[in-house]
Design a protein around this ligand. Sequence first.
Ligand SMILES: Cc1cc2nc3c(=O)[nH]c(=O)nc-3n(C[C@H](O)[C@H](O)[C@H](O)COP(=O)(O)OP(=O)(O)OC[C@H]3O[C@@H](n4cnc5c(N)ncnc54)[C@H](O)[C@@H]3O)c2cc1C
Length: 300
Amino acid sequence: MAITDLELHSFVRLPTIADVLQTLADRHAASQKTVVLAGGTDWVVEQEMAPPHKPGAELPMVVDISRLSDLQTIHLNGNLLTIGAAATYLQLRRHPHIGMGDKRAALLARMAQDLGALQIQARGTLGGNLATGSPAADGVAALMAYDASVVLQSVRGERTVPITEFQTGYKKSVRAPDEIITQFQISLPTHYNWYWRKVGTRRAQAISKVALAGVAVVESGQIQRIGLGMASVAPVTAALRNTRSYLCSAPLHKLTGAELDAAVNSDCSPIDDVRSTRQYRAHCARVVVREFARSLGAPV
Ligand SMILES: Cc1cc2nc3c(=O)[nH]c(=O)nc-3n(C[C@H](O)[C@H](O)[C@H](O)COP(=O)(O)OP(=O)(O)OC[C@H]3O[C@@H](n4cnc5c(N)ncnc54)[C@H](O)[C@@H]3O)c2cc1C
């Protein structure tokens, strides 16, 4: 399908989330294809890359969710930060608890600043970043560092899934065809250290060769809680479970670089592609994790 074929799709913009969910449910029950469209920065590009449209083949109906204000709300209640799935990166950067003002979740603003150029930040959303299922998802890496929860809704009701359990394989997830992601919930630690590093050809415009997001709570010389998310080193954005366990396993001064590298290696299975080589990605993964650990006080 070429980009000009986009006009062949039927396109609807519905007034409420309930209308979107009912439409998805009805069409799914009738075995009709539907795609929800937020910023379109992944889906529209995918259509351009797809093979030409075969005459007579069923095209999905496009349901635009980008103007549903209920999906764009960002608010902080105590320590609970909720972010609507269709909030854009620019909205994150400009929000008083994220990119401006008290900056309680400054890691998200830093990530959003490095994701694409301003045009992409003005359209792209965290919901789209997760639903696309790309392993190179910077937004998902940052949400993983905060151990965010993903809220899904359908006509059957609402459910919440830890972000580390959302993706089940390359481009596969627990999301049912008639569900949408409505919001992300983050329980913000009161005091924490955070880290963001994106390794790419150009700082923001390029998809990551490797990106690491980290959140850590350190008390009495030991990491009490750590969240990590790494893009582009595995078939899905990686939660680096072994690395998290190792970093919390002993006081910071007892951690060693060799053991940390071994944990990172066991969490990553990078590939060669147009953006980088497997070896370079593995090297970068170890370097950025060491850099974060050093910033926390580990002699690695
Ligand atoms: C030039 C360029 C640069 C980019 N740079 C980066 C980068 O640096 N880092 C990075 O991570 N990504 C990058 N991207 C990819 C893209 O911008 C992001 O993944 C973005 O977050 C996608 O969000 P969207 O709202 O545009 O998704 P869309 O294209 O609207 O949707 C993508 C997919 O998600 C589904 N979807 C969207 N919202 C929901 C929802 N709420 N519930 C269920 N399903 C949903 C859609 O049906 C579709 O299948 C770039 C893209 C371009 C074109």
